[in-house]
Design a binder for this molecule. Structure first.
Ligand code: SF4
Length: 387
């Protein structure tokens, strides 16, 4: 568990709702090893045989691993693996982590690069689509390889590693493009890097006068919370304004360890946002997302986006309909704090960017008035100003 020194107190009544994660077959491992993020990366589960330590591997999972051997690697930290239900292949954590034969099915609309990120790269690794911000791909590596990953075309593939030259060219592009005020450092997962290596990158970005904010995209608070150490946050806080966006998908992931990781970052003044992906069988249920988002707020993590799952090759078994997403949003808005309601967006295939989707609350509108329905379905009229 993350070091708890110098963190602000949280009432025990709230803290008690965040249970320490089970350790599964590693119950007897010394704490020093379990709390060491490098131990987890060094003991990543990458084969069916290693998975058998934690789950009764189903025929479909075994066949999925065999058939998909060359398509998308398996890689699960012991921490995340121990969250999986041994018996239930439909466990929401397991569905995100273990391969299935359905990944070999390619739907008519599936794309290798659904967001056309490669098309909008002025230099390799920098996607510059929106006027004032860029996505900076710095590594192909992740603590865990999520089965629904949008970038599975390159993530986990050493052939797409961003070498030092490419990263330097990316920094140079950002430096000579004054319109860029927001840099999203992403991958892969930048927190698979050492603190020193990440600090060198952040130093260079922070030295560019027109870069106002830096965001780090990382799933380590979910899949490897041990990575969020006091040393890491002491380093990150030197580069404010710096934000972290993470990716919790299910309440089972909100363990005490995850709580402590987020507490360390929040106490260091790092605002944390969450980007959930709507996944069939994992979280396509309003009660599950309501619970997740309320728990995230207690962790000082703002639910930011709920993404319609991208049509990445082999993802169709995890995708839900947009109608389902709208139904869920209707069941969230008004029924819980607005703070707990993320934007529901489609990242438009072909590089159209993020488009928000909302159930319609407008019943009627003309030049004089608008009639709206509220979350309970009652209608109300708002009159426009007469002058
Ligand atoms: S952590 Fe993010 S980039 Fe890495 S596999 Fe998961 S979704 Fe993809």
């Amino acid at each position: 568990m993350a070091n708890q020194a110098n963190v602000n107190p949280v009432p025990d009544t709230l803290l008690d709702r965040f249970r320490p994660a089970p350790r599964g077959p590693w119950a007897d491992l010394p704490d020093a090893q379990w709390n060491d993020w490098r131990w987890h990366l060094g003991h990543s589960l990458t084969t069916v045989e290693s998975l058998r330590q934690v789950i009764d591997v189903s025929e479909d999972e075994a066949a999925g691993a065999e058939e998909g051997r060359d398509a998308f690697k398996i890689g699960i930290t012991p921490y995340y693996a121990a969250l999986m239900d041994r018996k239930d292949p439909g466990c929401p954590v397991r569905l995100q982590a273990t391969p299935r034969t359905a990944e070999m099915h390619v739907d008519r609309w599936d794309l290798a690069d659904p967001l056309a990120e490669e098309r909008d790269m002025p230099v390799p690794g920098v996607t510059h689509r929106y006027p004032d911000r860029v996505l900076f791909y710095v590594t192909h590596d992740c603590a865990m390889f999520c089965r629904h990953c949008t970038r599975k075309r390159k993530v986990a593939n050493p052939g797409t590693a961003a070498n030092a030259q490419q990263i330097q060219a990316g920094i140079e592009y950002i430096r000579r493009t004054p319109a860029i005020r927001d840099v999203i450092v992403s991958g892969g997962d930048p927190l698979t890097w050492s603190d020193d290596r990440l600090a060198r990158l952040l130093e260079q970005l922070r030295a560019i006068p027109h870069v106002e904010i830096i965001r780090i995209g990382t799933r380590t608070p979910v899949t490897l919370p041990q990575r969020i150490t006091p040393d890491l946050v002491a380093m990150l806080r030197q580069f404010h304004p710096l934000f972290v966006n993470t990716h919790f998908n299910h309440p089972k992931e909100t363990t005490r360890e995850a709580f402590e990781a987020c507490r360390l970052m929040a106490d260091a003044g790092i605002p944390i946002g969450n980007q959930t992906v709507l996944l069939r069988g994992v979280n396509d249920d309003a009660a599950v997302l309501m619970d997740l988002n309320r728990r995230l707020l207690m962790m000082r993590v703002k639910p930011y986006y709920l993404f319609q799952c991208d049509p990445t090759r082999g993802n169709s078994h995890l995708r839900t309909t947009v109608a389902k997403g709208m139904e869920i949003m209707d069941a969230l808005r008004g029924w819980t704090s607005g703070m707990a309601v993320p934007y529901y967006v489609i990242d438009a295939p072909g590089g159209g960017g993020k488009v928000p989707l909302l159930p319609s609350y407008v019943v009627y509108r003309d030049d004089t008035k608008i009639v709206v329905r509220n979350y309970r379905g009652t209608e109300h009229t708002y009159w426009e100003p007469e002058t």
